[in-house]
Design a binder for this molecule. Structure first.
Ligand code: NAD
Length: 503
């Protein structure tokens, strides 16, 4: 049996349960039907229906928010060590079901098993990392003044909403939910409507690990209905959101009346800048990895290549050769490097840019075509002869599509790198240390790697500037979002209190 057949057989077993029971909402530890009925979720591999999914509405969000509010005090006050143990058991549960999570994620989203098996384990790592932080999450400072002993402490903000997108949905959900739970918050999760499978697995795993009912609630549904209701709900204190920039701005508006705290992780049009003095072989590998892995459906992807004109011809020629050799295929085949795009809507969006590139005067140097009609497959694509003002250089395509733009000087490169609405990541390839220092200092991005692809280290801050987001995750930054600072001043009883109405 081939590895693909083997994976398909295993997947069949895992999908049976989804087919038989569909995906209900999970509220206060109970399966609850969606008050809007059901909708169907499809696989982008062959467009077939996977299962029915609860169509959650504002009424379901209300139930879930009440459940999260009711569970909050006990979860907040549970001894930290006990909470930590539950988070560790969740990590173990994810590890035990990592294969199931990865296979279901691939079928639901079109992501390849090559990358999703690692993403599932990264979900466990997120829980382990934040489990380690639980015990000191409430720690504060001692700031004495001559007449007061001032202390600070942190307290969890309350029930929070987590709204996630469809690209690597399991990993991203755990990245938000793990620190929220570690902080002592309860959660209502609204997964993306096109990728609901692994959110169901997560809620099963956390309950089996002993998370009390109501601490994590999952409501499926659409953004402008369930998502909007979550942002507007008065019992929800904050929204952790990952998704498109224009949705981020809706999240802000929808939360205004209830004064929501929002953390927004949004889109990107990230530059990778390759100078002539760089290690060009390593730069080539990283350029390819950062746009063609994970189907290019990755917020941190380097979708703009800025390459120095002196090395451009040779670099682009080698790039074309490599891009043409990337294997597009069934996402459950371990040899596949690119699977289908997540949905028809997204496939239509990405393929439109093949025409836009030509209309705007760029050259399609590789790809630029769909593959078959069975699913939403496209060839990895490279646009050359582009300028930074073209739509293919300014708009987030969010697929395996790279736009290459030449530059002459360091100043040109910096100007182009910053000349975009976004500012999530930047990647700089040079062996000139002082140039790297100058360049990174002026590059407008929340995260920058020098001579490296994106290598995530969980204690470091994750987030973007400009239209790429507001706020940071990672390390203690996550707790800053999910917790409130509290100051208490204890007087020593000696200071003079100004007396009014006493004379
Ligand atoms: P999206 O904004 O369309 O949807 C994300 C989530 O928001 C979904 O659950 C959706 O139902 C919900 N939503 C939509 N409208 C809403 C509304 N009015 N109120 C509340 N919720 C609403 O994004 P997508 O297409 O699912 O995901 C792709 C985008 O996510 C890309 O732009 C990508 O760059 C971004 N992303 C960013 C990061 C990051 O860390 N910066 C990480 C991954 C993805």
């Amino acid at each position: 049996m081939s590895a693909l057949d083997d994976n398909l057989t295993k997947l069949g077993g895992y999908l049976d349960r989804f087919r038989a029971y569909g995906i209900p909402n999970r509220i206060a530890g109970q399966d609850v039907a969606g008050s809007g009925g059901v909708f169907q979720t499809h696989t982008p591999v062959d467009k077939s229906v996977i299962c029915d999914v609860a169509h959650g509405t504002a009424a379901d969000i209300d139930k879930a928010a009440r459940a999260a509010a009711a569970a909050f005090a006990d979860w907040r006050d549970m001894p930290a060590k006990q909470r930590c143990d539950i988070l560790i058991r969740i990590a173990e549960g994810i590890e035990a079901r990592a294969e199931e999570i990865a296979l279901c994620e691939c079928w639901d989203t079109g992501q390849t098993i090559k990358f999703m098996s690692k993403a599932a384990l990264r979900g466990a790592e997120n829980f382990r990392y934040f489990a380690d932080q639980v015990v000191r999450a409430r720690d504060g400072q001692h700031l004495p003044s001559p007449t007061l002993m001032n202390v600070t402490t942190r307290v969890p903000i309350g029930p929070v909403g987590v709204i996630t997108p469809w690209n690597t949905p399991f990993m991203l959900s755990t990245w938000k939910i793990a620190p929220a739970l570690a902080a002592g918050c309860t959660v209502v999760h609204k997964p993306a409507e096109v990728s609901p499978l692994t959110a169901r697995l997560l809620v099963q795993i956390v309950e089996e690990a002993g998370l009390p009912p109501g601490v994590l609630n999952t409501v499926n549904g659409f953004g402008d209905e369930a998502g909007k209701a979550l942002c507007e709900h008065p019992l929800i204190r904050a929204i952790a959101f990952v998704g498109e920039s224009r949705t981020g701005s809706l999240i802000t508006k929808q939360g205004a009346d209830t004064l929501k705290r929002n953390h927004l992780e949004l889109g990107g049009k990230n530059p990778v800048i390759v100078f002539e003095d760089a290690d060009l072989d390593r730069a080539m590998d990283a350029v390819i990895f950062m746009i063609y892995s994970i189907n290019g459906e990755r917020c941190t992807s380097s979708s703009r290549l800025l390459v120095q004109d002196t090395i451009r011809s040779e670099f682009e020629a080698k790039l074309v050769e490599r891009v043409n050799r990337i294997k597009v295929g069934h996402p459950l085949d371990p040899a596949t490097e690119i699977g289908p795009l997540v949905s028809k809507e997204h496939f239509d969006k990405v393929t439109r840019y093949f025409d836009i590139a030509r209309e705007d005067g760029a050259r399609v140097a590789a790809g630029g075509t769909a593959v078959g009609t069975e699913g939403y497959f496209v060839r990895p694509t490279l646009f050359t002869d582009a300028t930074n003002d073209m739509r293919i250089a300014q708009e987030e395509i969010f697929g395996p599509v790279l736009t290459s733009i030449p530059f002459r000087t360091e100043e040109d490169a910096l100007h182009m790198a910053n000349d975009t609405a976004y500012g999530l990541t930047g990647y700089v390839w040079t062996n000139d240390l002082t140039r790297a220092l100058r360049f990174t200092d002026c590059l407008e991005a929340g995260m920058i790697w020098v001579n490296s692809e994106n290598v995530r280290h969980l204690p470091t801050p994750f987030g973007g500037v400009k239209a790429s987001g507001i706020g940071r995750d990672g390390g203690d930054w996550s707790f800053e979002f999910y917790m409130e600072q509290k100051h208490v001043g204890f007087a020593t009883g000696q200071h003079k209190i100004t007396r009014l109405g006493a004379s």
